[in-house]
Design a protein around this ligand. Structure first.
Ligand SMILES: NC(=O)c1ncn([C@@H]2O[C@H](COP(=O)(O)O)[C@@H](O)[C@H]2O)c1NC=O
Length: 551
């Protein structure tokens, strides 16, 4: 066995401000945006340009002198571009550590000139997958030579600057004109370059795991994601906790645009995401008001202003300092209704200019616009990720929108009232059925154990986050009956329970308060007692066959 290679230390130590003049650059880009401007500026600064196939063609067409990689290697680009830059004359020029006299001597012997700048961006693998292309087309878009050059240049950052993002061309030109990139700049560019190839490889590996290694698990054997720091937050859930926001490529609340107000806090993000989920769970105009990750108001309305008014009325006491999400553009009417209420955050797909004028008076109020795509709400095939110590839990989102059937072909329940089973009382009339359907959707935004009372498309009392269902029932009734100037809102409301009633005791509290109809999953060994209690009270009760725990 040969002895392990022991690298020699560099002959020169670089300080962070040491510049490295750029005499020769290698350009090989899929995205040609800004290429001609870059090449023109580099040439103007006296840099010799070497380039691949269509990149070189584009530069030459603009009248800028450029030599081709083929001339450098003496080897033609071949196999439909699969081999262009994979050659020692290219890679020795990128990888020579010019701090070492020995490397310089070897380059001289081999008659290879070093590159001081490598500009590469990669074949569009992720976009090709997203386009729905077939496997052969997807695989062809796996860039091999590009990542090799990027990684080589990033490794050799003491001698080479690597640029992978067209948005950085102006900086690159400025650095070249200033006498070369500083060592600190080259380190930063190398870090960006390795993040670029890491993101790329995670996308490739995830696609292979899900497309090429099928099994019956329904989840791929490997999955990866990469995140970029978007912000450092003032603190975490509490002031002694440090926190930051990272974003991925899915787009969502984390990439919302903030139009005004104080900086978003960790808790603001948590609550705004919960509010977004709750509001976008309804087809019509809907608003959710969230406190501490739970809805203290949720309602639908003829328009977004009336939805807001109803959501605020659910629990006006708790709405103080709440986070509000709307699933429609915020109108001036909604803004005027919200103005007198101390609110931490409003998040929505958009705002009428007149609404923004109203909200502008509330200087501290954080106003967020969701990015495109989030408006469509949650797709049933989406997954949610929850880190636990040493791992990650993954589940599909809690949505069962279509009429569903079980394995034996019988309806197995769901979010669709057509799948529910009437177990007590008369079938619900249309208004009651609509309220039950609303309550059943609204309850999955509340932490278990949850009971939600609703009337006219609005929650009127929510008992959530209790460790037994009886307390949730008490809380829902108490809130319904004490928070609206003494109006007994539980009487005549409908009730939803996120999981089965294990005993009749919790349900009895709702029946005694006068609810007119109940929807619950069913499935307790004491269902008969529960149904009997509803029947005895003459109350309509449906079992859905599915539950909506939220932990
Ligand atoms: N195979 C190779 O040797 C190779 N070298 C560079 N590329 C890629 O080819 C693209 C540029 O090619 P062109 O200049 O022909 O448009 C870049 O995205 C670059 O990352 C290669 N292509 C794929 O691996």
């Amino acid at each position: 066995m040969s002895a392990p290679h022991v690298p020699t230390p560099p002959d020169v130590q670089l300080s962070d401000d040491a510049r490295h003049p750029v005499r020769r650059a290698l350009l090989s880009v899929y995205d040609k945006a800004g290429l001609v401007e870059l090449a023109t500026a580099l040439h103007g600064a006296g840099v010799e340009l070497v380039s691949t196939g269509s990149t070189a063609q584009r530069i030459a067409d603009a009248g800028v002198p450029v030599s081709r990689v083929e001339d450098l290697t003496g080897f033609p680009e071949c196999l439909e571009g699969r081999v262009k830059t994979l050659h020692p004359r290219v890679h020795a020029g990128i990888l020579a550590d010019t701090r070492k006299q020995d490397h310089l001597d070897q380059l001289a012997q081999l008659d290879i000139a070093p590159f001081e700048l490598v500009v590469v961006n990669l074949y569009p693998f992720a976009a090709t997958v997203a386009s729905g292309a077939g496997p052969d087309d997807v695989v062809e878009q796996i860039d091999i030579g590009g990542p090799s050059m990027v990684r080589a240049a990033a490794k050799n950052h003491p001698s080479v600057a690597v640029v992978v993002d067209p948005a950085r061309y102006d900086e690159a030109v400025a650095a070249v004109r200033a006498g070369g990139f500083t060592f600190a700049e080259r380190k930063r560019l190398a870090a960006q370059a390795f993040a670029h190839t890491a993101r790329y490889d995670v996308a490739v590996a995830s696609w292979f795991a899900s497309s090429y290694v099928p099994d019956d698990a329904g989840f791929p054997a490997f999955t990866g994601a990469t995140w970029e720091r978007a912000d450092v937050l003032r603190y975490g859930e509490n002031p002694h906790q440090r926190a930051a926001l990272y974003t991925d490529e899915r787009g969502g609340l984390a990439t919302a645009t903030q139009l005004q107000g104080k900086a978003m806090s960790y808790n603001n993000y948590v609550d705004a995401d919960a509010a977004r989920r709750a509001a976008f769970d309804h087809a019509g105009p809907a608003v959710a008001v969230v406190k501490h990750n739970n809805p203290c108001g949720v309602a639908t309305g003829a328009d977004i202003a009336s939805a807001y008014a109803k959501a605020h009325a659910t629990d006006p006491v708790s709405a103080y300092g709440g986070v509000v999400a709307a699933n429609r553009v915020v109108t001036q009417g909604m803004a005027l209704a919200l103005k007198p209420v101390f609110t931490e955050v409003v998040v929505a797909p958009g705002y009428e200019p007149a609404a923004l004028e109203v909200l502008a008076a509330k200087k501290n109020l954080r106003v967020l616009v969701l990015p495109d795509g989030v408006q469509a709400g949650v797709r049933p095939d989406e997954v949610e990720l929850r880190p636990i110590s040493g791992g990650l839990l993954v589940q599909t989102v809690d949505r069962i929108d279509a009429t569903v059937t079980g394995e034996d072909g019988t309806p197995s329940g769901g979010d669709d009232p057509r799948d529910w089973t009437l177990v007590a009382g008369e079938p619900a009339d249309d208004a009651t059925a609509a309220d039950l359907a609303f309550a059943w959707r609204a309850i999955r935004a509340a932490k278990s154990n949850a009971i939600l009372l609703a009337d006219d498309g609005a929650a009127v009392g929510v008992g959530m986050g209790q460790v037994n269902r009886v307390d949730s029932c008490r809380l829902a009734v108490e809130r319904a009956n004490t928070l609206a100037d003494g109006a007994e809102r539980a009487r005549g409301a409908v009730a939803a329970s996120d999981a089965f009633f294990p005993f009749a005791d919790g349900l009895q509290i709702l029946l005694d308060a006068g609810v007119r109809a109940v929807v619950a999953p069913g499935g307790s060994i004491r269902d008969a007692e529960v149904v009997e209690a509803a029947s005895a009270a003459g109350v309509t009760m449906y079992f859905t066959g599915t539950r909506h725990f939220a932990h």
